[in-house]
Design a protein around this ligand. Structure first.
Ligand code: URA
Length: 213
């Protein structure tokens, strides 16, 4: 597994505003959107392309275009939905599949409660959107779900990551013969005893969409 922390002053600037507890939901959503587009630029560095012949007004030339099958973008519901628009801005022709996962706040185990994905993901390059790589349980379960269906290249885009989550992901995916990359805006210090990232930004889903009772 490869972890890439995007080191860019604009990313750090937006992330600081995102972390601030005084940032309201509308601002939080638009900052997430902007931040994801910046992260997506890095995350798509290895997106598959094929050569493509065109004719400019001056001369024929060969460029590239996205290869088939198209990349699949998979937001993890609910909070990953807040990252979808920012991702699709860079990859408008990608397909989108949905995976609903939630963690039990006591056991911290991830369970799948909804799924809308192609049955066959053979040879697909997948971009998983999950804002908080905290314990790593949800992301490990999502990646396993996709690779079990045949996905053969996975990039996870996370606003924030914790060292414990990265270590768990690495351990859970050991032996998996599929390249996995995590792209994040920051590697934070640790998890607290409730499984929240410290200093983090709080509950990403609640800050995007409000508290559901
Ligand atoms: N999920 C969140 O939304 N925030 C955290 O800090 C950890 C998990």
């Amino acid at each position: 597994m490869r972890t890439h922390v995007v080191d860019h002053p604009l990313v750090a600037h937006k992330l600081t505003a995102l972390r601030d507890e005084g940032t309201d939901s509308p601002t939080f959503r638009s900052l997430t959107d902007e931040l994801v587009t910046l992260l997506a630029y890095e995350a798509t560095r290895e997106v598959r392309v094929d050569p493509h012949d065109i004719v400019t007004p001056v001369a024929p030339t060969t460029g590239v275009r996205l290869a088939a099958p198209k990349p699949l973008v998979v937001p993890i519901l609910r909070a990953g939905l807040g990252m979808l628009d920012g991702m699709m801005r860079l990859l408008p022709t990608a397909e989108v599949g949905f995976l609903g996962m939630m963690r039990n706040e006591e056991t911290l185990q991830a369970t799948t409660y909804a799924e809308r994905l192609p049955e066959d993901l053979a040879g697909r390059q997948c971009y998983v959107l999950d804002p908080m790589l905290a314990t790593g349980g949800t992301l490990a379960a999502a990646i396993t779900f996709l690779t079990d269906r045949g996905a053969n290249d996975i990039t996870a885009i996370c606003l924030l990551a914790a060292p414990e989550g990265c270590a768990r992901l690495e351990a859970d995916l050991e032996g998996l013969d599929v390249p996995v990359t995590v792209v994040t805006a920051a590697m934070d210090e640790k998890l607290n005893d409730k499984g929240y990232i410290v200093p983090g930004l709080g509950d990403a889903g609640d800050r995007l969409y409000g508290v559901v009772g």
